[in-house]
Design a protein around this ligand. Structure first.
Ligand code: FEO
Ligand code: CA
Length: 687
């Protein structure tokens, strides 16, 4: 999630292409690339110590406050929160949740109260905030009465789905006090505040919009929902909404992009031999898709019929997309842009090419999956905001191939190319380019894209015009799969403690891509390892991880430390300030180090090793996500997600009597929240 600031004209990692070093040397990628730069300098705050406290911890001289937490109404006139309740702090029904802030808040984005291009900088008093709601925990959201772990009533199961999606709401900021607050809509349905849920109307566009799987599944969704909530009001819309919204992005034309990640986990199978499911499974392409995403393999307790594979076997084809929402226009139905490919989408970072095409980077957050970018066919028009909403409808989707010599190329994913590529046993041809978008992972694999260690955020620092220098950071969270044990040149492996094998990637790393000619639309690039997460104390850095294994979590690469200072693990999201520092949030640090997840700040420029400082930690059981800086750089926002879901000893909360394992933020039942951090003196954060 990039902050757009206008101070990036002389951007940092200029280095790679400008020096043209690789063309000359064909060297292995390494930190020596930055050798002619000054030593990287640390951020200017006193780092937070490792801790397992059940609160947010910020540096001395800083304060944090909650902005909004699960269940808060987005409209005036709704019943106030009942913070003392177990589970939902309101009457837990679908209709209530459809007008209240959801759970598992992830990506955060701020939009100017009134759109202008370039985007404004400096202090604002009003803005629009968009927040993703990635997931829901039935144990946390709907605990049963009489000691039962879950409320399995039809009403509760339906409400659980409405916890996910997106919240859009106005915010106000008082520069004098530094406070931010939610501005409620005057009444439900009035104003631009809204929830987008798995029941909202959406429109599919792009080459897969009429794919037979999507057509079949969309018809079933509309049949079920017409009986429940009425037919779609917009012709061609499907009441499939969106869920599992992880990270995302925002566009120069002022729209929000939300990425549907682990959509496969939201389906259940009431009858494994239902005629509809058996018929679907006779199609080899469907069987392959089911195997790739294992969407019949997740624990769920049931729910609305459209999420039952026995009734709607092609339901999963409606998800895994990048969805565009217009914060300024509640009447415009969110658009699922099939041209950006279906996968476990983590993010959607938009930058403008040298010729004003929209370039959108996405990562597929699973072991051994790929990094992608979309390049629009048409050009951004800064004078016609509305017309730009169709920019993501037509274009070309590419997957990244990273070569051992530090070069790389973007491989176009088309049916013609994929059908020419060698096929493995059971692989079926692609019917057309739309079929490639639906079965994106298969196409990227056949065409030779590079398998990565869970690529999450893929972000490129730009200015307020959404222009940068073609530098892109890929956050690889880690890879614990056996099939990915060997890694590859872009996903290096440490030696085991005994030195007799390769360690799995327990703590993640960051790959940096430099697009050719500093143009995001380029088809070639150079790349290097920007940093390896972990412990910088030695080339062998043993730690006993959460599974009780002693593993090597060194942050060294090619015989040198890539970091100094604070150790961290599992980088997930990244944003950039206007002083060329990266702000990185983590998801999973406690599996490696005895510390809650948090935010780490390191310089984007200068030769390594990079000094790392821990800026913040979140409470027990939570991941930290959605790092975001206000345009004036005086407020830092982030998400506290699934707080209390895991104990300090690594136990998942599944309704145990001694859980949940946090009481954040009110001292009672834990509830996910968006928080913000300021300096007590009102100054620039991080300095
Ligand atoms: Fe939702 Fe990839 O984290
Ligand atoms: Ca994430």
């Amino acid at each position: 999630m990039s902050t757009r600031s206008n101070s990036f004209a002389d951007l940092a990692c200029e280095s790679l292409s400008r020096r043209g070093f690789l063309a000359a040397t064909a060297a292995l990628p390494s930190l020596s690339l930055m050798a002619s730069e000054a030593q990287a300098a640390p951020a200017g705050f006193k780092a937070v110590a490792e801790n397992r406290l059940d609160t947010v911890v910020v540096p001395e001289g800083y304060v944090w406050q909650p902005l909004i937490s699960w269940g808060e109404p987005l409209f005036e006139g709704m019943a106030p929160l009942q913070p003392e309740k177990r589970g939902a702090p309101f009457a837990f029904t679908r209709v209530e949740q459809e007008n209240r802030f959801g759970t598992h808040n992830d990506m955060l984005a701020l939009f100017p109260a009134n759109w202008a291009y370039p985007w404004p900088e400096g202090t604002v008093t009003r803005a629009i905030m968009c927040v993703n709601h990635e997931a829901v925990s039935p144990f946390m959201a709907a605990p049963g009465s009489d000691g039962q772990p879950i409320d399995t009533s039809t009403e509760a199961l339906e409400a659980l789905y409405a916890c996910m999606g997106v919240s859009v709401f106005d915010v106000a900021h008082d520069p004098a006090s530094g406070a931010w607050s939610v501005v409620k809509g005057p009444a439900i349905g009035v104003g631009r505040n809204r929830r987008v849920t798995p029941f909202s109307e959406v429109v599919f566009d792009g080459s897969a919009a009429n794919h037979p799987w999507i057509a079949k599944a969309g018809a079933i969704v509309n049949e079920v929902e017409s009986a429940r909530s009425g037919a779609p009001k917009v012709s061609g819309a499907v009441k499939a909404g969106t869920f599992q919204n992880c990270a995302g992005g925002f566009t120069p034309w002022g729209t929000y992009l939300t990425a549907e990640e682990n959509f496969n986990s939201q389906f259940f199978t009431s009858n494994k031999t239902s005629p509809a499911l058996v018929e679907a499974q006779a199609d080899a392409a469907f069987a392959a898709d089911q195997s790739i995403y294992r969407y019949d393999n997740f624990w769920r307790i049931g729910g609305p019929a459209q999420f039952d594979l026995s009734r709607n076997p092609h339901g999963p084809s409606l998800y895994g997309w990048i969805v565009e929402i217009d914060p300024y226009d509640p009447d415009w139905r969110p658009h699922k842009h099939t041209a950006l490919g279906r996968k476990a989408n983590e993010c959607a970072t938009t930058v403008l090419s040298k010729t004003n095409k929209a370039v959108v980077y996405t990562g597929d957050d699973s072991n051994n999956q790929f990094v992608y970018k979309f390049v629009s066919r048409d050009r951004f028009d800064p004078t016609n905001r509305i017309a730009n909403r169709s920019l993501l409808t037509h274009g070309t989707l590419y997957a990244a191939r990273l070569e051992a010599d530090g070069t790389g190329r973007w491989i176009a994913l088309t049916a013609a190319a994929a059908n020419r590529a060698p096929r493995g046993p059971g692989d079926t041809p692609f019917a057309n380019d739309g079929d490639v978008m639906v079965r994106c992972r298969e196409a990227a694999l056949r065409l030779g894209a590079t398998k990565m260690d869970r690529p999450e955020d893929v972000e490129s620092p730009t200015d307020g015009s959404f222009r940068g220098t073609g530098t892109v950071f890929v956050m690889c969270t880690g890879n614990l799969s056996d099939s990915g044990r060997a890694g590859n040149v872009a996903n290096p492996r440490r030696k085991t403690i005994a030195g007799d094998g390769l360690e799995r990637n327990h703590q993640g790393h960051i790959v940096r891509i430099q697009e050719a000619r500093q143009d995001p639309a380029a088809l070639t690039f150079t790349w290097d390892i920007f940093a390896v997460a972990g412990d910088p104390s030695g080339e062998v850095a043993p730690v006993t991880n959460g599974e009780g294994e002693v593993v090597n979590v060194s942050s060294w690469h090619l015989g040198k430390p890539t970091t100094t200072g604070d150790r961290f693990a599992m980088p997930d999201n990244i944003t950039f300030d206007n002083r060329k520092f990266c702000w990185i949030s983590t998801d999973g640090t406690p599996r490696t180090f005895p510390c809650n997840d948090g935010v780490y700040v390191m310089p984007m420029v200068g030769k390594g090793p990079r000094p790392v400082k821990r800026f913040l930690t979140v409470p027990v059981g939570a991941e930290c996500c959605g790092p975001l800086l206000a345009w004036d750089q005086k407020t830092f926002f982030c998400g506290v997600q699934h707080v209390g879901a895991e104990s300090t000893t690594g136990q998942d909360y599944r309704g145990e009597p001694n859980g949940p394992y946090s009481s954040f933020p009110t001292g009672g039942w834990p509830r996910d929240a968006v928080i913000y951090v300021r300096r007590q003196d009102g100054g620039t954060v991080g300095t």
